[in-house]
Design a binder for this molecule. Structure first.
Ligand SMILES: [Zn+2]
Ligand SMILES: [Zn+2]
Length: 427
């Protein structure tokens, strides 16, 4: 078995892993580099972007752009595998993006929508065989829904690829039991380390964040929350926080479709994902799907306006012009608050075009930062490594500080610092 990290040994985002055994190859993740990072041009990758693909396949850990964004750059017929609900959410997101006004961007997303039609799906623990290689997906918690770690078996060797994960989300309590049950006899862990440079950061749990939002919504009548439309657990937490604070919950039809996908497919497992989209009784704590008239900005009219102004609301927003007039109208009130619930790195206005437009969008308002990371803290990484006890060691990826692995975890296990494109012989 041979292992290559084509990109991602010393950067967050755009990681590509290849595992080869007896001529069969699986690739894990094929996404964009994060905006604002130094562009690293990829050489052609045999079995992924060129050459014979009859013995290879691409597995995607989750739908964040830095893991899935380049799926149109594979050889056309390469089989791709994505989690079942994750694919539905991704498809909904990409369909919306294919209507954005910039013709280059819209063309790119239209191509992704076409490619999605050919993608295969899996569910947790469903073993998939690519010739000599078996891949087993383990469901874990991340700021993307339906995200996975993979166990790769071939040549009597076992590798655990962590993807992006964390220990402080709503579904994180399953992490260690899952690893104890399924990640036995692991030889190597390929591990993300996004938060490895923040040794002292105590990370708030999603549960704690939900409580804080609930308090805020009780204290403020008109609440606007800027949040990623695919950060599903955060959004459901906002829904519950708003309901507990007896405020109405408002979002647009695109966001409603995303929430419906999750609710329909997962409410049988937990009440957390059970939203009554059509409730007709008291407007308190009620869900409102805000429809838009053509290209006009969003507005509250008639009965909806009366309800929302009487009971107060939590409304999900995105940083585009269609939300601006509504926020501006209510931001004048002392009962109003705008919350920023995204990574604070986007607030550095000089870094990327997206950051700049976000900065301009938020400039007129006073914003409250309320967010928690989608990635594991040091304690969680340590517990994972202690639980799995890889016989060979750990290969750091998805990190800006691979050296920190050596400094922090050398007593527990061997750290194998690879460079991009090194071919590592798994013995
Ligand atoms: Zn990532
Ligand atoms: Zn991610």
């Amino acid at each position: 078995m041979k292992l290559t990290i084509h990109r991602g040994t010393n950067q967050i985002g755009g990681c590509i892993t290849e595992i080869e055994s007896s001529g069969y190859k699986i690739f894990i993740d094929f996404g964009e580099q994060l905006p604002g990072t130094e562009i690293k041009e990829l050489n052609p990758i045999d079995g992924l972007t060129c050459g014979d693909i009859s013995k290879s396949a691409l597995f995607i850990t989750h739908y964040h752009g830095d893991h899935i964004g380049k799926i149109c750059d594979t050889v056309v017929d390469l089989p791709i595998y994505v989690g079942k609900t994750a694919l539905k959410i991704f498809s909904c997101l990409e369909s919306r993006l294919s209507y954005i006004p910039d013709p280059n961007e819209s063309e790119k997303h239209k191509k992704i929508v076409e490619r999605i039609k050919t993608i295969n799906t899996f569910e947790q623990l469903q073993k998939i065989r690519i010739g000599e290689i078996t891949v087993t997906p383990l469901l874990i918690d991340h700021s993307a829904f339906d995200a996975y770690m993979f166990i790769i078996d071939a040549d009597n060797k076992r590798i655990l690829h962590t993807g992006d994960f964390r220990g402080h989300g709503f579904r994180s309590k399953g992490l260690i039991p899952t690893l104890k049950s399924y990640a036995k006899n692991i030889d190597y862990i390929i591990s993300e380390g996004s938060n490895i440079q923040r040794p002292n950061a105590t990370i708030q749990t999603e549960q704690e964040l939900q409580k804080d939002f609930e308090l805020q919504f009780k204290n403020n009548k008109y609440n606007f929350v800027l949040v990623s439309s695919t950060n599903i657990d955060r959004i459901f937490a906002l829904y519950h926080a708003s309901k507990n604070a007896k405020r109405c919950f408002v979002c647009d039809s695109y966001q409603t479709s995303i929430l419906k996908i999750v609710s329909e497919n997962h409410k049988q497992f937990t009440k957390f994902y059970d939203i009554d989209f059509n409730q007709t009784r008291s407007p308190v704590g009620r869900f409102f799907d805000l429809k838009r008239q053509g290209q006009n900005p969003f507005s509250f009219d008639g009965k909806l306006k009366t309800y929302l102004e009487k009971y107060g609301f939590c409304m999900l927003i995105r940083s585009n012009d269609s939300f601006q007039p509504l926020i501006t109208e209510y931001a004048k009130s002392i009962d109003s608050k705008v919350f920023y619930s995204l990574w604070n790195g986007y607030l550095d206005s000089k870094k990327t075009a997206f950051n700049e437009s976000l900065y301009n969008f938020l400039k007129p308002y006073e914003i409250e930062y309320m967010h928690t990371s989608g990635h594991a803290d040091l304690e969680t990484l340590k517990t994972v490594f202690e639980t799995v006890k890889p016989k060979g060691g750990i290969i750091p990826i998805h990190t800006e500080a691979p050296d920190k692995f050596q400094e922090l975890f050398h007593e527990q296990t061997t750290i194998i610092p690879l460079h991009d494109r090194d071919v590592f012989d798994v013995k």
